[in-house]
Design a protein around this ligand. Structure first.
Ligand code: CUA
Length: 325
């Protein structure tokens, strides 16, 4: 294989690696995500057609037979191909794209589940708004039942963020002082990844989340467990470290330590899929790493440094947090 062939092959392979995995829009798990993929391919095919047409005309203009070049120079071709054609094609695609994404059968009717997702530098506060008025707060992952109409209330605690779980639906901005509504249905169960899609400061790239779609019965049991207060663990040595270090000033452990409010709720943090908003796995070692090195793992994050903890204290605290399931 020649060198330029290897280069093209390598470059294509690098590009295509973005087309799969749990954060890919090419794996739609519901009707809204299907529409985004359909729109994408229509645009790609349309643009490819226009690109090759224009390149063909450029080729004719430079090296075509003389009578073709004369034909191309006429005023009719210049106005037709240079003005009328792009206006018709671009207006058509704009209106069609707008109608496709704007016309949703999900826009009306009562949602089966309402969740408020608040973007904050650089994590996600996720609050289930239950019909009886109860509020269940968690962070950095959104769990939903499959086949149900989900309504997200998207808000921001500070600057612009954007909620985007590509496999579920298109992205939508989270604007300070404003509530955006995002409705969708997910039909395929599974765990997928999402990402803040609006630059929101230094650690923007580290503002990820997990989306978990499960069957209704599993969801109901999970929500019931999530609503319950934390396991007491009153004799746990890590709990003493938690209390004496003052973690509760920012983080709530429902039913025990609070009031929290400014940081993620830690009531069932041990049962989540990740730490630091999709940055680290969730195990004792990761909790230890986070507490020892979080200003380096996620630069600029709002949590104060806890370098003064001894190795033993850090380990005890990590074990306590991991046990909060
Ligand atoms: Cu939040 Cu980017």
């Amino acid at each position: 294989m020649k060198r330029w062939q290897s280069c093209i092959l390598l470059f294509s392979a690098l590009l295509l690696t973005a087309c799969d995995g749990d954060q890919s829009m090419f794996r739609p798990a519901g009707s809204e995500a299907d529409k985004v993929v359909f729109l994408y391919w229509t645009m790609v095919i349309g643009f490819a057609f226009v690109f090759f047409l224009v390149m063909g005309l450029v080729l004719i203009a430079f090296a075509g037979p003389s009578q073709w070049r004369v034909w191309l120079q006429s005023e009719k071709q210049i106005i037709g191909l240079g003005l009328v054609f792009p206006v018709i094609v671009l207006s058509g695609l704009l209106v069609w794209g707008y109608l496709l994404l704007g016309s949703s059968s999900l826009a009306n009717g009562k949602p089966d589940l309402k969740i408020r997702v608040e973007g904050a530098q650089w994590w996600w506060r996720v609050t289930y708004l239950l019909e009886d008025g109860a509020r269940v707060e968690t962070a950095n992952e959104v769990r939903i039942p499959v086949g149900k109409l989900i309504e997200l209330e998207l808000v921001s605690a500070d600057v612009l963020h954007s909620f985007w779980v590509p496999a579920w639906t298109g992205k939508m901005d989270m604007i300070p002082g404003h509530t955006n509504i995002l409705r969708f249905v997910v039909d395929t169960p599974g765990t997928v990844k999402g990402q803040c899609a609006e630059y929101c400061g230094g650690a923007h790239a580290f503002m990820s989340l997990y989306g978990v779609a499960i069957d209704e019965q599993t969801f109901e049991s999970w929500l019931e467990a999530e609503s319950a207060p934390a396991v007491p663990l009153s004799q746990h040595p890590g709990r003493q470290v938690y209390l004496s270090t003052g973690c509760g000033a920012c983080h709530q452990v429902r039913g025990q330590i609070g009031p929290g409010g400014s940081g993620p709720d830690l009531t069932h943090v041990g049962s989540r899929l990740s730490l630091g908003a999709g940055i680290l796995p969730n195990d004792t070692e990761a909790f230890e790493r986070w507490m020892a090195r979080h200003p380096f793992i996620k630069p600029g994050n709002r949590m104060p440094a806890f370098g003064f903890l001894s190795d033993l204290e850090r380990r005890q605290l990590a074990r306590y947090l991991d046990a909060l399931e």
